[in-house]
Design a protein around this ligand. Structure first.
Ligand code: BGP
Length: 461
């Protein structure tokens, strides 16, 4: 074994409720924004496939957990669906959901797999969205109550909690770039929504601290940290990359880990009249409720340069006023998904956490390679995904280097366990260790699944 990882390293994969459960309109679940958006505009979804047609984990979880065990997982991230547990977002708890999540957690533990549980993975209950979603402070309180409910129901067995997955994505998708419901394009609202999400996160941590008496139970957040690399070292490019980093990484990373917003970001928003409404006591609450652990989702970096033309000051305010993206010549691309592959990014993120964020305990909570039309790699009944093995290996080498240099990294989870439904892309890009035939719901491990089993078993490769 050339790359040996620290003892007790977490090996596994990540999923989310809406993407794997199915049974979207069954077993007492309330609607969330995805169910609603699909009903309203099915053609916004790849091949018109909606969230009711996912990978059927709700009914096949036992079989799936056996497969996890079979491929060497010692941990697994899933999310609780808020609208399954509390169909209206607040009020009555759905007893069938309690039974389901209890069964899943118990089944995982019985098979030696540690559950990592996310409370919110893009799936706002429709009733909460109908009163304004994250624009409305009432939803922040409803979320805190939901979080506390989950700790009380499952916290005797779940030791790793995550308040949000990639909280900036619903802000970008729902309020800036039109790829999530409610499809609003308005920076001021986006800023309010982002702020309320950070506040909801801090309030969930506060509820957790009040509830948790058991010292080895931890709480954190999962962020998609996307390094912004400047095109050159000239001061204009450097400034552009810095502002991009402030908007897309530090807007969540700093409050979650350090308990405060970066002053430079606050200044930019103030100067342009874009500050959200902040109530008395909020900032103190954030300061007091920082995370124990950080999940890092890493897919690809941003390549950033200074703007060539000044933005029209009468155009609506957008982060893109301050930088342009560019196609770096010679960069390595995933030919089957169109995203850049830059393995060293994972190392740069970890070094940054070590140097500027108190070396917070972290792990890779998602990293993975999406492939369109993956059946073309089917041979002798198995997907020969050597490209995925190479992808994981390349990232693990850099992760290993960061650990050797003292970064506090505790695990690696692939996105994702089995092929699943992904938001408006539905089943377009396949990411799983396990391929899923959507019609028959037949599961077949890919070549990478057995390769990963070896890595997990040897704690390295
Ligand atoms: C991440 C999300 C996942 C998953 C993944 C792949 O941002 O946390 O939920 O969707 O991206 O995305 P896609 O299927 O669009 O390639």
């Amino acid at each position: 074994v050339q790359y040996k990882f620290p003892e007790g390293f977490w090996w596994g994969s990540a999923t989310s409720a809406t993407q794997i459960e199915g049974a979207a309109n069954e077993a007492g679940k309330g609607k969330n924004i995805w169910d609603h958006w699909y009903e309203a505009e099915p053609n916004r979804f790849f091949n018109n496939v909606g969230p009711e047609t996912t990978s059927n984990f709700y009914y096949q979880y036992k079989e799936d957990i056996q497969l996890m065990k079979e491929i060497g997982h010692n941990s697994f991230r899933l999310s609780i669906s808020w609208s399954r547990l509390i169909p209206n977002g607040r009020g009555e708890v759905n007893p069938e959901a309690v039974t389901f999540y209890n069964n899943v957690i118990d089944e995982l533990l019985a098979n030696g797999i540690e559950p990592f549980v996310t409370l919110y993975h893009f799936d706002m209950p429709l009733e909460m969205q109908n009163i304004g979603g994250w624009e409305n402070r009432e939803v922040v309180d409803a979320y805190q109550a939901y979080a506390l409910q989950a700790f009380q129901l499952f916290g005797d067995r779940v030791k790793k909690w995550f308040t949000f997955n990639e909280p900036i994505v619903p802000v970008e998708g729902g309020y800036l770039y039109d790829f999530h419901y409610p499809n609003i394009v308005d920076f001021k609202k986006a800023a309010q929504v982002a702020y309320h999400t950070v506040l909801a996160h801090a309030k969930a941590v506060q509820a957790f601290r009040g509830w948790n008496k058991d010292g080895d139970t931890k709480i954190g957040i999962v962020l998609n940290l996307t390094p912004s690399y400047p095109r050159s070292q000239n001061p204009f490019d450097l400034k552009a990359a810095n502002i991009c980093d402030l908007f897309f990484n530090r807007s969540f990373l700093d409050p979650a880990v350090l308990g405060e917003y970066p002053e430079e970001l606050v200044e930019i928003l103030r100067e342009h009249g874009q500050l959200p409404n902040v109530e008395q006591g909020d900032l103190e609450l954030m300061k007091e409720n920082t995370v124990d652990i950080l999940g890092v989702n890493y897919y690809q970096p941003r390549r950033v340069k200074a703007k060539e033309h000044l933005p029209n000051p009468y155009s609506p305010f957008m982060p893109e006023w301050f930088f342009d993206s560019y196609e770096m010549p010679g960069r390595k691309m995933n030919p089957y998904r169109g995203w850049e592959i830059y393995e060293k990014g994972i190392y740069d993120i970890m070094v940054n956490l070590k140097e500027n964020y108190g070396n917070v305990e972290s792990f890779i909570s998602e990293n993975g390679m999406g492939v369109q039309d993956e059946e073309r790699f089917l041979q002798d009944g198995q997907i020969q995904d050597d490209y995925r093995i190479e992808f994981i290996e390349g990232h693990l080498q850099w992760l290993h280097k960061s650990i050797e240099e003292g970064c506090n990294v505790k695990g690696y989870h692939l996105w994702t366990f089995m092929d699943n439904w992904s938001w408006s892309n539905a089943y377009k890009n396949r990411y799983g260790f396990i391929s899923v035939d959507i019609k028959t719901q037949q599961r077949t491990p890919k070549k990478s699944a057995y390769w990963f089993k070896n890595v997990a078993t040897n704690n390295g490769f």
